[in-house]
Write a protein that binds this ligand. Structure first.
Ligand code: NDP
Length: 287
């Protein structure tokens, strides 16, 4: 039976550490600031933004939500991003996805100052990660949280077969780079992958970020594998479940994340920690 990763507890530890760093910054008269750009009325996005704001403010981070109507134009949003880029009290800028169809997320992300790109999506930061460039730069928060989790649970990465199901810019691709940089042997799968089950069974570490409820069952997992479930799916009854059939897979895996309470809390904790990184790098001249 697998050990179950406690993402909530680990996120609490990460947040405690972040709070200590915020207190040290306060002694130097500095408060980290996050600006969250929210467009339209997507209920999940509004809840997510509010959760981030509550946590950030509890920890002493300034958090402002720039709320725009569904009809907002790219020019309006660009102007706001430009203002936040110049604003000395803002260290981190987020554009909350999904955006309405008429807005191009890539344009908006490219307009963010790479040194305030707390989501790690700007091509300059993506390129630095891809090339394993030395120095400080932000990386995508969900993959960062997953790497922290694996480190905390002493999962050794060099030479391990890592299979990632899902190749989005949010999760799969940055995670692939982080894993390669950690000397794992990485395969990344998508919808076109043939015989996915045979592939996932080769994984010492299997990470699933496809958004397909319970797509991974016990027969898709090598006995003793570490299984990280990023997926968030809602059942007809409103229950949150992952991409992995948790009850079945926990019997074969050695370590597994639950949904909820696994990767999710670590994503928010990683974003808050990274906003403090950006603040520290800025005032220490370490960007
Ligand atoms: P996307 O829809 O952007 O990407 C999904 C990826 O999964 C695509 O690369 C797609 O392949 C692949 N995929 C989908 N179905 C299959 C399949 N049947 N077989 C193989 N590959 C498949 O999703 P995101 O990356 O944004 O999110 C993935 C999931 O993770 C969602 O459930 C989301 O809610 C959750 N999530 C959770 C977070 C957390 O903090 N816990 C944070 C971010 C996301 P292809 O490229 O070929 O289309």
């Amino acid at each position: 039976m697998a050990e179950i990763i406690n993402g909530r507890e680990l996120a609490k530890q990460v947040n405690q550490n972040t709070s200590l760093r915020i207190a040290k910054l306060a002694q130097r008269g500095v408060q980290p600031g996050i600006a969250d750009i929210l467009v339209g009325n997507d209920p999940a996005s509004r809840i997510y933004s509010r959760t981030k704001r509550r946590k950030a403010e509890q920890m002493g981070i300034k958090f402002m939500i720039a709320q725009f109507p569904e009809s907002a134009t790219e020019q309006e949003l660009m102007r706001t991003i430009e203002q936040f880029n110049k604003d000395e009290t803002i260290n981190a800028i987020l554009v909350q996805a999904p955006l309405p169809d008429h807005l191009d997320q890539v344009h908006l992300i490219n307009a963010i100052d790479p040194q305030k790109d707390v989501d790690g999506f700007h091509p300059i930061n993506v390129g630095k990660l891809y090339n394993k460039q030395p120095g400080n730069y932000p990386v995508a928060c969900t993959p960062r949280g997953i790497m922290k989790m694996l480190e905390h649970y002493d999962v050794d990465l060099p030479g391990k077969n890592v299979v990632i199901v899902g190749r989005s810019i949010l999760v799969g691709r940055p995670l692939q780079s982080l894993m390669i940089n950690a000397n794992a042997t990485v395969t990344i799968a998508g919808r076109h992958t043939k015989n996915l089950s045979a592939l996932t069974r080769t994984a010492d570490i299997l990470i699933v970020a496809a958004g397909q409820a319970k797509m991974i069952g016990a027969n898709d997992v090598k006995p003793g594998a570490v299984v990280i479930d990023v997926g968030i799916n809602r059942t007809a009854e409103g229950k949150l479940i992952g991409d992995v059939d948790f009850d079945a897979v926990k019997k074969v895996a050695s370590l597994i994340t639950p949904v909820p309470g696994g990767v999710g809390p670590m994503t928010v904790a990683s974003m808050l920690a990274q906003s403090v990184d950006l603040t520290e790098w800025k005032i220490n001249g370490e960007e």
